[in-house]
Design a protein around this ligand. Structure first.
Ligand code: SF4
Length: 329
Protein backbone atom coordinates (compact mmCIF):
# COMPACT_ATOMS: atom_id res chain seq x y z
CA UNK A 1 0.00 0.00 0.00
CA UNK A 2 1.30 3.48 -0.84
CA UNK A 3 1.73 5.93 1.97
CA UNK A 4 -0.51 8.82 1.01
CA UNK A 5 0.01 10.86 4.14
CA UNK A 6 0.84 14.52 3.84
CA UNK A 7 4.41 15.66 4.21
CA UNK A 8 4.40 17.29 7.59
CA UNK A 9 7.32 16.46 9.84
CA UNK A 10 7.72 12.82 10.82
CA UNK A 11 9.14 11.44 14.05
CA UNK A 12 10.63 8.01 14.54
CA UNK A 13 13.40 6.60 16.68
CA UNK A 14 15.35 5.75 13.50
CA UNK A 15 15.01 9.30 12.28
CA UNK A 16 16.33 10.88 15.46
CA UNK A 17 19.16 8.36 15.68
CA UNK A 18 20.15 9.22 12.12
CA UNK A 19 20.04 12.96 12.79
CA UNK A 20 22.36 12.53 15.75
CA UNK A 21 24.61 10.16 13.75
CA UNK A 22 25.24 12.55 10.85
CA UNK A 23 23.20 15.62 9.88
CA UNK A 24 24.06 15.15 6.21
CA UNK A 25 22.95 11.53 6.16
CA UNK A 26 19.65 12.59 7.71
CA UNK A 27 19.27 15.18 4.93
CA UNK A 28 19.94 12.60 2.19
CA UNK A 29 17.59 10.09 3.70
CA UNK A 30 14.64 12.31 4.51
CA UNK A 31 14.93 15.25 2.09
CA UNK A 32 16.43 13.89 -1.16
CA UNK A 33 13.78 15.78 -3.18
CA UNK A 34 15.40 19.04 -2.08
CA UNK A 35 18.40 18.17 -4.29
CA UNK A 36 16.28 18.22 -7.44
CA UNK A 37 16.71 21.93 -8.07
CA UNK A 38 20.43 21.75 -7.28
CA UNK A 39 21.43 19.00 -9.68
CA UNK A 40 19.38 16.27 -11.29
CA UNK A 41 22.04 13.57 -11.17
CA UNK A 42 22.80 14.16 -7.51
CA UNK A 43 19.08 14.07 -6.76
CA UNK A 44 18.53 10.78 -8.61
CA UNK A 45 21.58 9.18 -7.02
CA UNK A 46 20.36 10.19 -3.56
CA UNK A 47 16.92 8.71 -4.30
CA UNK A 48 18.49 5.48 -5.45
CA UNK A 49 20.87 5.15 -2.50
CA UNK A 50 18.07 5.85 -0.05
CA UNK A 51 16.39 2.66 -1.26
CA UNK A 52 19.38 0.33 -1.19
CA UNK A 53 20.07 -1.88 1.80
CA UNK A 54 23.15 -3.68 3.05
CA UNK A 55 23.05 -7.46 3.17
CA UNK A 56 22.90 -7.37 6.98
CA UNK A 57 19.84 -5.12 6.84
CA UNK A 58 18.35 -7.54 4.32
CA UNK A 59 18.75 -10.42 6.81
CA UNK A 60 16.75 -8.41 9.36
CA UNK A 61 14.03 -7.65 6.83
CA UNK A 62 13.78 -11.26 5.64
CA UNK A 63 13.66 -12.53 9.22
CA UNK A 64 10.70 -10.26 9.84
CA UNK A 65 8.97 -11.50 6.72
CA UNK A 66 9.63 -15.15 7.57
CA UNK A 67 8.41 -14.89 11.17
CA UNK A 68 5.37 -12.92 10.09
CA UNK A 69 4.54 -15.38 7.27
CA UNK A 70 4.74 -18.24 9.78
CA UNK A 71 2.74 -16.53 12.54
CA UNK A 72 0.00 -15.24 10.26
CA UNK A 73 -0.45 -18.73 8.85
CA UNK A 74 -0.33 -20.25 12.35
CA UNK A 75 -3.10 -17.91 13.41
CA UNK A 76 -5.34 -19.65 10.86
CA UNK A 77 -4.24 -23.28 11.20
CA UNK A 78 -1.50 -25.51 12.63
CA UNK A 79 1.75 -25.43 10.69
CA UNK A 80 3.33 -28.84 10.10
CA UNK A 81 6.88 -29.44 8.84
CA UNK A 82 5.85 -29.19 5.19
CA UNK A 83 4.06 -25.87 5.73
CA UNK A 84 7.05 -24.45 7.61
CA UNK A 85 9.35 -25.59 4.81
CA UNK A 86 7.16 -23.70 2.33
CA UNK A 87 7.70 -20.47 4.27
CA UNK A 88 11.43 -21.11 4.29
CA UNK A 89 11.54 -21.95 0.58
CA UNK A 90 9.77 -18.73 -0.25
CA UNK A 91 12.42 -16.71 1.60
CA UNK A 92 15.31 -18.72 0.10
CA UNK A 93 13.89 -18.16 -3.37
CA UNK A 94 13.35 -14.43 -2.78
CA UNK A 95 16.82 -13.90 -1.37
CA UNK A 96 18.55 -15.75 -4.21
CA UNK A 97 16.55 -14.03 -6.96
CA UNK A 98 16.88 -10.59 -5.45
CA UNK A 99 20.61 -11.07 -5.01
CA UNK A 100 21.06 -11.93 -8.70
CA UNK A 101 19.00 -8.93 -9.80
CA UNK A 102 20.94 -6.68 -7.45
CA UNK A 103 24.21 -7.88 -8.99
CA UNK A 104 23.17 -6.63 -12.43
CA UNK A 105 23.14 -3.04 -11.06
CA UNK A 106 20.39 -2.24 -13.54
CA UNK A 107 19.10 0.83 -11.78
CA UNK A 108 17.31 2.10 -14.87
CA UNK A 109 14.74 -0.64 -14.27
CA UNK A 110 14.34 0.45 -10.65
CA UNK A 111 10.84 1.25 -9.42
CA UNK A 112 8.92 1.40 -6.16
CA UNK A 113 8.47 -2.36 -6.02
CA UNK A 114 12.12 -3.13 -6.70
CA UNK A 115 13.74 -1.86 -3.53
CA UNK A 116 15.97 -4.86 -3.29
CA UNK A 117 19.30 -3.60 -4.49
CA UNK A 118 22.15 -4.17 -2.09
CA UNK A 119 24.42 -1.24 -1.30
CA UNK A 120 27.46 -3.51 -1.51
CA UNK A 121 26.70 -4.18 -5.18
CA UNK A 122 26.27 -0.49 -5.89
CA UNK A 123 29.82 0.02 -4.60
CA UNK A 124 31.14 -2.92 -6.65
CA UNK A 125 31.88 -5.15 -3.64
CA UNK A 126 31.96 -8.85 -4.36
CA UNK A 127 29.79 -10.42 -1.67
CA UNK A 128 28.96 -13.68 -3.46
CA UNK A 129 30.25 -15.64 -0.47
CA UNK A 130 27.82 -13.81 1.85
CA UNK A 131 24.53 -14.83 0.25
CA UNK A 132 24.24 -18.37 1.62
CA UNK A 133 25.39 -17.17 5.02
CA UNK A 134 22.68 -14.47 4.97
CA UNK A 135 20.01 -17.02 4.03
CA UNK A 136 21.21 -19.31 6.81
CA UNK A 137 20.95 -16.51 9.37
CA UNK A 138 17.36 -15.68 8.39
CA UNK A 139 16.31 -19.35 8.51
CA UNK A 140 18.13 -19.89 11.78
CA UNK A 141 16.19 -17.04 13.35
CA UNK A 142 12.96 -18.90 12.59
CA UNK A 143 14.41 -22.22 13.81
CA UNK A 144 15.43 -20.68 17.12
CA UNK A 145 11.95 -19.27 17.55
CA UNK A 146 10.28 -22.59 16.69
CA UNK A 147 12.37 -24.47 19.22
CA UNK A 148 11.75 -21.99 22.02
CA UNK A 149 8.85 -21.83 24.41
CA UNK A 150 7.78 -18.64 22.62
CA UNK A 151 6.37 -20.79 19.87
CA UNK A 152 4.09 -22.50 22.38
CA UNK A 153 3.19 -19.18 23.99
CA UNK A 154 1.96 -17.68 20.72
CA UNK A 155 -0.18 -20.76 20.11
CA UNK A 156 -1.62 -20.29 23.58
CA UNK A 157 -2.46 -16.65 22.76
CA UNK A 158 -4.07 -17.60 19.46
CA UNK A 159 -6.36 -20.01 21.32
CA UNK A 160 -7.08 -18.08 24.50
CA UNK A 161 -6.53 -14.33 24.13
CA UNK A 162 -9.30 -11.87 23.30
CA UNK A 163 -7.45 -10.90 20.13
CA UNK A 164 -4.01 -11.17 18.59
CA UNK A 165 -2.40 -8.81 16.09
CA UNK A 166 0.40 -10.02 13.81
CA UNK A 167 2.03 -7.38 11.63
CA UNK A 168 2.34 -8.01 7.91
CA UNK A 169 5.59 -6.26 6.94
CA UNK A 170 5.11 -7.25 3.31
CA UNK A 171 2.10 -4.96 3.08
CA UNK A 172 2.31 -2.01 5.37
CA UNK A 173 -0.97 -0.67 6.68
CA UNK A 174 -0.16 3.05 6.93
CA UNK A 175 -3.61 3.95 8.22
CA UNK A 176 -3.27 1.44 11.02
CA UNK A 177 0.28 2.57 11.80
CA UNK A 178 -0.53 6.22 12.41
CA UNK A 179 -0.43 7.37 16.03
CA UNK A 180 -3.33 9.70 16.75
CA UNK A 181 -1.70 12.67 18.47
CA UNK A 182 -4.75 14.91 18.30
CA UNK A 183 -5.03 15.24 22.07
CA UNK A 184 -1.46 16.62 22.38
CA UNK A 185 -1.67 20.07 20.70
CA UNK A 186 2.12 20.60 20.23
CA UNK A 187 2.41 17.25 18.47
CA UNK A 188 -0.86 17.32 16.55
CA UNK A 189 0.67 17.93 13.08
CA UNK A 190 3.55 15.47 13.55
CA UNK A 191 3.43 12.15 11.72
CA UNK A 192 4.33 9.24 13.93
CA UNK A 193 3.96 5.74 12.52
CA UNK A 194 4.22 2.70 14.74
CA UNK A 195 3.26 -0.95 14.53
CA UNK A 196 4.75 -3.67 16.71
CA UNK A 197 5.40 -7.14 15.30
CA UNK A 198 2.97 -8.81 17.68
CA UNK A 199 0.25 -7.52 20.00
CA UNK A 200 -2.09 -9.40 22.30
CA UNK A 201 -5.25 -8.26 24.05
CA UNK A 202 -5.03 -10.80 26.84
CA UNK A 203 -8.17 -9.61 28.62
CA UNK A 204 -10.02 -6.34 29.18
CA UNK A 205 -7.37 -3.64 29.74
CA UNK A 206 -4.53 -6.16 29.72
CA UNK A 207 -2.11 -6.02 26.80
CA UNK A 208 1.14 -7.56 25.67
CA UNK A 209 3.36 -6.00 22.98
CA UNK A 210 6.29 -7.85 21.39
CA UNK A 211 8.82 -6.58 18.89
CA UNK A 212 11.53 -8.74 17.35
CA UNK A 213 15.01 -7.39 16.67
CA UNK A 214 17.91 -8.80 14.72
CA UNK A 215 20.46 -6.01 15.07
CA UNK A 216 23.08 -5.40 17.69
CA UNK A 217 21.81 -6.09 21.21
CA UNK A 218 21.63 -3.30 23.73
CA UNK A 219 24.34 -3.06 26.31
CA UNK A 220 22.14 -1.59 29.03
CA UNK A 221 19.38 -3.93 30.00
CA UNK A 222 17.45 -1.45 32.11
CA UNK A 223 14.33 0.34 31.13
CA UNK A 224 11.91 0.25 28.27
CA UNK A 225 12.97 1.37 24.79
CA UNK A 226 11.47 4.47 23.20
CA UNK A 227 10.01 2.30 20.48
CA UNK A 228 8.07 0.20 23.00
CA UNK A 229 6.87 3.34 24.77
CA UNK A 230 5.54 4.66 21.47
CA UNK A 231 3.56 1.46 20.92
CA UNK A 232 2.08 1.80 24.41
CA UNK A 233 1.29 5.49 23.87
CA UNK A 234 -0.44 4.63 20.61
CA UNK A 235 -2.59 2.05 22.36
CA UNK A 236 -3.59 4.50 25.09
CA UNK A 237 -4.39 7.31 22.64
CA UNK A 238 -6.38 4.99 20.43
CA UNK A 239 -8.53 3.74 23.27
CA UNK A 240 -8.55 7.15 24.98
CA UNK A 241 -7.60 5.48 28.24
CA UNK A 242 -5.28 6.41 31.06
CA UNK A 243 -2.24 4.29 31.85
CA UNK A 244 -3.53 4.04 35.45
CA UNK A 245 -6.44 1.96 34.18
CA UNK A 246 -4.59 -0.49 31.95
CA UNK A 247 -1.91 -3.08 32.26
CA UNK A 248 0.57 -3.05 29.36
CA UNK A 249 3.68 -5.19 29.16
CA UNK A 250 6.07 -4.62 26.27
CA UNK A 251 9.27 -6.43 25.25
CA UNK A 252 11.90 -6.39 22.55
CA UNK A 253 13.13 -9.87 21.72
CA UNK A 254 16.47 -10.30 19.99
CA UNK A 255 17.10 -13.06 17.51
CA UNK A 256 18.84 -15.45 17.52
CA UNK A 257 19.70 -15.08 21.24
CA UNK A 258 16.05 -14.66 22.35
CA UNK A 259 17.22 -12.14 24.95
CA UNK A 260 14.35 -9.97 25.99
CA UNK A 261 14.26 -6.35 27.19
CA UNK A 262 11.25 -4.50 28.49
CA UNK A 263 8.60 -4.84 31.19
CA UNK A 264 5.47 -3.22 32.49
CA UNK A 265 4.72 0.25 31.13
CA UNK A 266 4.37 2.83 33.89
CA UNK A 267 3.03 6.38 33.91
CA UNK A 268 6.62 7.72 33.87
CA UNK A 269 7.32 5.86 30.64
CA UNK A 270 4.38 7.54 28.95
CA UNK A 271 5.24 11.01 30.35
CA UNK A 272 8.86 10.52 29.23
CA UNK A 273 8.04 9.56 25.69
CA UNK A 274 5.65 12.48 25.25
CA UNK A 275 8.36 14.81 26.55
CA UNK A 276 10.95 13.16 24.26
CA UNK A 277 8.67 13.59 21.25
CA UNK A 278 8.29 17.29 22.02
CA UNK A 279 12.05 17.78 22.45
CA UNK A 280 12.86 15.87 19.27
CA UNK A 281 10.38 17.92 17.28
CA UNK A 282 12.07 21.10 18.56
CA UNK A 283 15.45 19.65 17.55
CA UNK A 284 14.26 18.75 14.04
CA UNK A 285 12.63 22.16 13.63
CA UNK A 286 16.06 23.80 13.62
CA UNK A 287 16.72 22.23 10.22
CA UNK A 288 13.49 23.52 8.65
CA UNK A 289 12.75 26.73 6.78
CA UNK A 290 10.91 29.06 9.20
CA UNK A 291 10.96 26.20 11.73
CA UNK A 292 7.73 25.19 10.05
CA UNK A 293 6.88 21.53 10.68
CA UNK A 294 3.81 21.67 8.46
CA UNK A 295 5.62 22.87 5.34
CA UNK A 296 8.55 20.68 6.35
CA UNK A 297 11.01 22.21 3.88
CA UNK A 298 14.67 21.60 4.76
CA UNK A 299 17.21 24.39 5.00
CA UNK A 300 19.94 24.45 2.33
CA UNK A 301 22.10 21.32 2.23
CA UNK A 302 25.00 23.32 3.69
CA UNK A 303 23.02 23.65 6.93
CA UNK A 304 23.40 19.90 7.44
CA UNK A 305 27.06 19.38 8.43
CA UNK A 306 28.92 16.17 7.66
CA UNK A 307 30.16 13.98 10.46
CA UNK A 308 33.89 14.11 11.09
CA UNK A 309 34.05 10.39 11.77
CA UNK A 310 35.77 8.55 8.91
CA UNK A 311 34.53 5.30 10.37
CA UNK A 312 30.91 6.39 9.93
CA UNK A 313 31.55 7.48 6.33
CA UNK A 314 33.34 4.24 5.41
CA UNK A 315 30.14 2.23 5.79
CA UNK A 316 27.66 4.91 4.71
CA UNK A 317 25.31 4.11 1.81
CA UNK A 318 25.31 7.78 0.80
CA UNK A 319 29.08 8.19 0.50
CA UNK A 320 28.97 8.55 -3.30
CA UNK A 321 26.34 11.27 -3.35
CA UNK A 322 27.87 12.93 -0.31
CA UNK A 323 31.10 13.36 -2.26
CA UNK A 324 29.28 14.50 -5.43
CA UNK A 325 27.33 17.12 -3.52
CA UNK A 326 30.54 18.84 -2.45
CA UNK A 327 30.82 20.18 -6.04
CA UNK A 328 27.61 22.11 -5.56
CA UNK A 329 27.98 23.41 -2.03
S1 SF4 B 1 29.41 9.83 3.89
FE1 SF4 B 1 29.78 10.49 6.01
S2 SF4 B 1 29.34 12.68 6.03
FE2 SF4 B 1 28.43 11.82 4.18
S3 SF4 B 1 26.35 11.36 4.73
FE3 SF4 B 1 27.52 9.52 5.04
S4 SF4 B 1 28.13 9.57 7.19
FE4 SF4 B 1 27.48 11.60 6.64
Amino acid sequence: MVNTYNHTLTWSTTRITLLEYCNKKYYFNYYPHALRSLNQEVWLTALLLKNLKSIDMRVGEKTHHLLSDYLRALKKWMQDEAAIQEHKDRIIDEMRKEFEISKTRDYAAYDRDRKFGLSEHYYWENIDDKLEEAIKKALNNLEVFLESDRNEKVQHYFKNAKSVYVENPREKDFDGMKVNLYSIPELRPVNVMAAPDFGVVIADNKYLILDRKTGQEKMDTDGISEQLKIYALKLLLKGNVDIANVDIEAYEIYLPSLHQFGGKIEKDDIDNIIQKLKEDVEFQKQFLVDNDIIKNQPLASTSFPRTKSEKKCAGCTFRKVCEDLKNFE
